[in-house]
Design a protein around this ligand. Structure first.
Ligand SMILES: [Zn+2]
Ligand SMILES: [Zn+2]
Length: 413
């Protein structure tokens, strides 16, 4: 029997993992610049957390969530997204008691039972930042500024920022009435899902991926014409903060976000060259979520992005991702005495901070050099009887191909 990674999942091999380290390093560094601190939550949560937050009728809950019963009959879910678990933890541990504003970031795998395709997996890796505790439009702009800084620090500049306001519970009903009135006569032309959406949540029709539904919604009413005074004011302040710090954006009334808890500002970072799956990060204000999962009413704003698509976009742009880490030293021994002394020498070298490997199985000199090459060793250290007698090490520079002798590092060895 041959085992394979489950459909829709994949291995990050050493030939790729250093790129992931680069992305997460840059992410952590940028997050720290903005005062965000890491929060790590379990990949398992009670499934109601997502049913409550994403809404029973959402695609995530209806079709995509990995939900199962554990041995005691508890209904658990593999987290399909990162915000609800962060908010659950925020409430559970009363993080708002310590400060008026809580700034958190996370990185980790998320799970959705989705049809696998290029850049889309059933286990995928996301990053996100959440700013909990203020309704001030300055923070909407700050979250956007964070994502811009992160992408810039990765050397990624060809993205587009699309923003919209999705309204609030005061103005959405008026908008939904307008949408229903628009779609009602077209009802029979909508896909089956959208016919249900028309009754339960007509805004989601605008999010449908079916081409004909997209065509039908092209001339649908837009939320921006239905915003109340508070939402209009909030949106205009977000825009002026962005203008203020020189961040370019496009107003895109088609951004509706698939989840119930979004209010006010919504935004997406898009890399058009990726085709149909071209959103590399998305977020917005979610003033309704914390109350929905059982806390007080606390406003918040955040963004999340997928590492897979980001990496694809960076590679498409030939961005500098650094390089696979190289070893400092491959130790090569010739003869019994050297063989006996190698473990102590290698221990010493590692203690002084040099990454070093050694193969005790006495490969031929040729095979040993080949291995040093494959490991991209900076140097090969060669010790044999002559070197030991003279307390020297023959050092080969694996890049220049030159060779010299250095002193034995420590006479007590
Ligand atoms: Zn409103
Ligand atoms: Zn549809």
């Amino acid at each position: 029997m041959k085992f394979k990674a489950p459909r829709g999942t994949y291995d990050i091999l050493p030939s790729e993992s250093w790129k992931w380290q680069h992305l997460t390093d840059v992410f952590r560094r940028t997050a720290a610049l903005f005062g965000f601190e890491e929060i790590v939550t379990p990949v398992l949560e009670q499934s109601d957390l997502f049913e409550r937050s994403s809404g029973e009728s959402s695609d995530i809950v209806q079709k995509e969530m990995y939900r199962f019963q554990d041995r005691k009959g508890r209904t658990l879910a593999l987290r399909p997204e990162g915000t609800a678990p962060v908010v659950r933890s925020f409430c559970e541990h009363h993080l708002d008691a310590a400060a008026r504003l809580t700034r958190l970031y996370y990185i980790g795998p998320m799970f959705r039972y989705d049809r696998p395709q290029a850049g889309r997996y059933r286990q995928f890796y996301q990053y996100g930042v959440e700013l909990i505790g203020s309704h001030n439009p300055y923070y909407d702009a700050e979250i956007i500024a964070f994502e811009c800084a992160f992408l810039q620090n990765l050397g990624f500049n060809d993205y587009e920022l699309h923003i919209n306001s999705v309204g609030c519970p005061c103005c959405v009903p008026d908008y939904e009435a307008a949408l229903s009135a628009y779609f009602q006569p077209l009802k029979d032309e909508l896909c089956e899902d959208c016919q249900t959406r028309l009754i339960k949540n007509p805004r989601r029709i605008l999010d449908c991926k079916i081409a004909h539904c997209r065509d039908l919604s092209r001339s649908a009413p837009v939320i921006l014409d239905h915003l109340d005074e508070d939402c209009r004011q909030h949106f205009s302040e977000v825009k002026s903060y962005l203008d203020n710090i020189g961040i370019a954006y496009t107003i895109d009334p088609r951004i509706v976000r698939g989840l119930d808890y979004y209010t006010h500002t919504a935004f997406e970072f898009i890399y058009p060259a990726l085709g149909a799956q071209n959103t590399i990060a998305g977020g917005g204000r979610y003033n309704g979520l914390i109350e929905q999962v059982g806390g007080r009413s606390i406003p918040a704003v955040g963004i999340a992005g997928g590492f897979e698509r980001l990496l694809l976009a960076l590679e498409r742009q030939s961005a500098d991702l650094g390089s696979r880490p190289a070893l400092d030293i491959t130790l090569i021994t010739i003869g019994e005495t050297a063989q006996k002394m190698a473990p102590q020498l290698i221990h010493y070298l590692r203690q002084t901070g040099c990454s070093t490997i050694w193969d005790p199985e006495k490969p031929s000199l040729k095979a040993a050099f080949k291995a040093a090459d494959a490991q991209k060793s900076r140097y090969a250290y060669i010790i044999g009887d002559d070197e030991i007698a003279q307390l020297k090490i023959t050092r080969k520079d694996m890049i220049a191909g030159t060779q010299d002798q250095i002193d034995w590092p420590d006479s007590s060895l």
